[in-house]
Design a protein around this ligand. Structure first.
Ligand code: GLV
Ligand code: MG
Length: 325
């Protein structure tokens, strides 16, 4: 994502088991930013083959409200991973925005998927490089290598996988995504920040993973607010009950969106010849400069991607003076 590229919205990323026709059908009418059809941990080993066919069929025939469609394949240590990719991308590649690769532990694993996708795209006449990769960080080893994982140009997002991660480090909680008892601070802070730094260093999105207690919307919201405050772009939802909380928590507020658009307009005006070619100026009671513009860009782009319109605009002082004269 460069400075001016419109990011995909990923406030709410819905997990849909690829083995369930019922859940696939239900997911089509839900107001989420992304769905991912899962071939990994929500599908039993004996159902994997069948799930691939269901997923291809659903992608070819189904219509979703969600603008972004992703398939999660099995991880590279399994016997299923290569066939997952070959079958779903050969079968329905034009309908897939990204492949999610779970339990990523090294840049080589992402490179494997990148090369395989390129081969299939060439063989099937698909646009090479269009299908992105979502890399899940779900272990200590994955976190240690997250910088190099995020560096692959196909990677669009780094996704935290709390359940597998908690197992990987022996965290003392059995509730997915919840705080372990006996530790006052946020037990996920370091992990989330580490993922966020790698993602942002490579201009990628950062997505928070699931919260297991699906009926506890307050607990979900608390967990979402923590990663949203740090700068994460969205979070998984496992159940329709969690969707509104995700869409609201990761949304740009109207006030922040208005302010971001004002900063961009004011900065453009003041740095131009008409505005005096200034670098640092007062906008209301705040000084803005190039750094303020950089902070405003992602907020403005997210608001625009969500279809927001500004409720206020910046009026150049000369125009005000002109109007009064
Ligand atoms: C998701 O894949 C998780 O392990 O939390
Ligand atoms: Mg996992």
């Amino acid at each position: 994502m460069n400075d001016q590229t419109m990011p995909r919205l990923r406030r709410s990323c819905l997990a849909v088991p690829g083995s369930s026709d019922k859940m696939i059908a239900k997911s089509q009418g839900l107001q989420v930013d992304q769905i991912f059809l899962d071939l990994e941990d929500s599908v039993a080993p004996i159902a994997k083959d069948d799930a691939r066919e269901r997923v291809v069929e659903a992608l070819l025939t189904g219509e979703w409200l969600a603008p972004t469609k992703v398939v999660r394949v099995n991880d590279v240590s399994t016997p299923w991973a290569y066939q997952d990719v070959v079958r779903v991308v050969e079968g329905a590649g034009a309908e897939i925005d990204c492949i999610m690769l779970p339990k990523v532990e090294s840049a080589a694993q992402v490179a494997w998927l990148d090369i395989l996708l390129t081969q299939i795209e060439k063989a099937r006449g698909l646009q090479v490089g269009r299908i992105g990769i979502e890399a899940q960080i779900e272990s200590a080893e994955g976190l240690v290598h997250v910088d190099e994982i995020a560096a692959n140009p196909r990677v669009e997002t780094i996704v935290f996988g709390p359940a597998d991660f908690m197992a990987s480090i022996n965290m003392r909680s059995l509730v997915v995504g919840d705080q372990p008892p006996g530790y006052e601070a946020d037990a996920y802070h370091y992990i989330l920040m580490r993922i966020l730094m790698a993602a942002r260093a490579h201009k990628k999105q950062a997505i928070d993973g699931p919260y297991g207690r699906i009926q506890d919307v307050e607990g979900y919201t608390r967990a979402a607010q923590r990663s949203a405050a740090l700068g994460f772009d969205g979070k998984w939802v496992l159940h329709p009950a969690q969707i509104d909380a995700a869409n609201e928590t990761y949304a740009v507020s109207q006030a922040d969106y208005d302010r971001a658009e004002q900063i961009l307009q004011a900065y453009e005006y003041y740095t131009s010849a008409a505005g005096g070619g200034l670098g640092a100026v007062m906008l209301g009671d705040e000084m803005i400069d190039e750094a303020s513009r950089k902070m405003a860009v992602p907020i403005a782009l997210k608001g625009r991607a969500a279809g927001m319109s500004p409720t206020t605009t910046f009026t150049p002082p000369a125009a005000v003076a002109g109007a009064r004269a």
